[in-house]
Design a protein around this ligand. Sequence first.
Ligand code: ADP
Ligand code: MG
Length: 327
Amino acid sequence: PRLANQIAAGEVVERPASVVKELLENSLDAGASQLDIDVEQGGVRRIKIRDNGTGIMKDDLSLALSRHATSKIITLDDLEAVRTLGFRGEALASISSVSRMHLTSQAEGESEAWRVEAEGKDMATAVRPASHPQGTTIDVRDLFFNTPARRKFLRTEKTEFTHLEEVVKRLALSRYETGFRLSHNGKQVYDLRPVTDQLHAEHRLATLLGKKFIENSLTLDVEAAGLRLWGWIGLPTFSRSQADLQYFFVNGRVVKDKLVAHAVRQAYRDVLYNGRHPTFVLYLELDPATVDVNVHPTKHEVRFRDGRLVHDFLFSRIHKVIADVRP
Ligand code: ADP
Ligand code: MG
């Protein structure tokens, strides 16, 4: 089974950034309000993530590392309406099969913490007592130490860290009520406090995307036909040569979707020339039953039940905002 995990790891674990994504999503699913992320050497040497979520019970610790051990789906109906970020029960098994992992946790309502360790294919079965406040710490060292072929595909420390930071950024932009602290090689990159109001949301946005974006954007918040769209739209004058400041979230998940991209491009059509790209941080909220966000475990596609409705809504609302400020 550990070999199967290594094979599955190829799907889920491509680089340090994908490890961070899976671990942070687990922490968020566990209801954590504070996430501390410490990485070394772009995450290749070490990724340590600590959360204050519900934790994992002693008896479930080893289980959490085995394949298809998910606590998130109980019935087929659940599968239909997954609201949690992860649900396949593959991530921890996959990551631990290609690294040296320590998993330490104290479950809610318990007074003791416990730890399991796994090293590549060798899984430590013994659960040992540990010291930890409520929540979970996952410490992943030496990613791909036992899969040299995969290690070869890793880029420079700087590139790997850039990918990793992008993952943290996206999650931080989708969970304002959660605190995120990130450090690289012992140096703090940022410490984002939990946010409850618009002013502090903009502060977080400025930290992550630059003050210039906030100063050159408009806010919107509109609702129609069960769809809500809110966020920040960069002024046409703040367009970029790269599509690097485009964030679109559907029900709290980052999405890269053709239909969405098309609607936004159309909305900016009359004001953008010379291949420049719009900038935006937008949140679409709709009934989860009308959208499938789990088309692929790592790709960011979605399938809307009524694509036409969503497209027209996005286009018309964004176009209206832009038309109002047209030079
Ligand atoms: P999935 O998220 O798809 O269920 P994972 O392999 O990512 O599968 O995690 C396996 C299980 O381990 C989860 O279902 C959850 O019960 C538990 N788990 C993992 N990380 C955490 C965490 N940070 N806090 C609490 N439970 C966790
Ligand atoms: Mg998961």
